[in-house]
Design a protein around this ligand. Structure first.
Ligand code: GLU
Length: 304
């Protein structure tokens, strides 16, 4: 059976060089394996979505020479390919989790959680959820809803560790309870959390290998748990190293890392940009101008 891979950008600003490098690597991984390549737009967090960003992202990817077999502009059998149009699918996954008691309503406000000052998460600043609402009775839940409180929904994370082998990063292990605790799948404002949306989409779009930036390595255990709770097959993961700026910091749309426009204004061709992205990714030592299509055969691909 033919495999399926994807690139899933968020339209919160123009794609910067790091995003474009990940897109190029995801495309090459799919094309080398003769897999289908799917473009999915992760536009769920609407306040952060920038008007026009989706169209510019697609145009920038095409300008580089990338293409896709399914996506918001070309259609396909397993769409829609915009997360903002997939609300029913997320709702039915939530309903399945809820029917089996695998998620529970949480009434904690951010302020309450900050005051709890629980054990800090090992690496990031998100505190581990202390389980405040884990054992509310039905009557307590009804009483809070009756006075107008709207809950978020959290996964009842089972104890134990999640293990997986990342194609690039090797064997990984995470104890989700210690790392983040019961995590949110639906926010109190109704927005579906990234962790659930991405799992529903990867499962229902039949994704067999996920290639994405190493900043998401930490989320993978949570996603694998959700695949398992929903009885869906877990894809393979390949987390590619992130491009950094001259000071070694991760590029970010928020800190206005530059998109393609400035390169184009300075006369850079798509082939020059692709050659450079591939050189920095370590798969094209000369950095000479080239095309994504030529790299399918010629790139020094370090992963299998
Ligand atoms: N939408 C996410 C991002 O732009 C990527 C999600 C994923 O690849 O799983 O960072």
């Amino acid at each position: 059976m033919r495999g399926r891979q994807r690139y899933a950008p968020s339209p919160t600003g123009d794609l910067h060089m790091g995003n474009l490098q990940t897109a190029l690597l995801a495309w090459l991984a799919a094309r080398r394996m003769h897999d289908a390549f799917i473009l999915r737009v992760e536009d769920l967090d609407t306040p952060r979505v920038r008007p026009g960003a989706t169209a510019r992202m697609l145009a920038d990817l095409r300008w580089l020479g990338l293409d896709w077999d399914e996506g918001p502009d070309v259609g396909g059998p397993l769409g829609p390919y915009l997360q903002s149009r997939r609300g029913d699918l997320y709702a039915s996954a939530l309903a399945r989790l809820r029917a089996r008691g695998l998620i529970y309503p949480c009434f904690c406000s951010r302020a309450t959680l900050a005051r709890v000052a629980s054990a800090p998460a090992i690496e990031d600043a998100t505190p581990v959820y202390p389980g405040t609402c884990r054992n509310l009775t039905d009557a307590e839940v009804r009483a809070r809803i009756a006075v107008g409180h709207v809950p978020a929904w959290r996964v009842r994370v089972p104890s134990g560790t999640i293990q997986f082998t990342d194609v690039a990063m090797g064997v990984q292990e995470q104890d989700i309870v210690r790392k983040v605790g019961d995590f949110i799948v639906r926010r109190s404002d109704g927005v579906i959390a990234y962790q659930l949306a991405v799992v529903v989409d990867d499962a229902l779009m039949g994704i067999t290998q996920v290639v994405r930036g190493a900043d998401l390595l930490d989320s993978t255990a949570r996603q694998i748990l959700l695949f398992e709770l929903l009885n869906w097959p877990v894809p393979r993961y390949l987390h590619v190293p992130l491009m950094t700026d001259a000071s070694g910091a991760k590029l970010s749309k928020r800190t206005s890392a530059e998109g393609l426009d400035r390169y184009r204004q300075n006369g850079a061709t798509a082939m020059a940009v692709v050659g450079n992205l591939a050189r920095v990714a370590g798969i094209w030592p000369s950095g000479a101008p080239t095309t994504p299509a030529a790299l399918i055969q010629t790139a020094a691909w370090p992963w299998r």
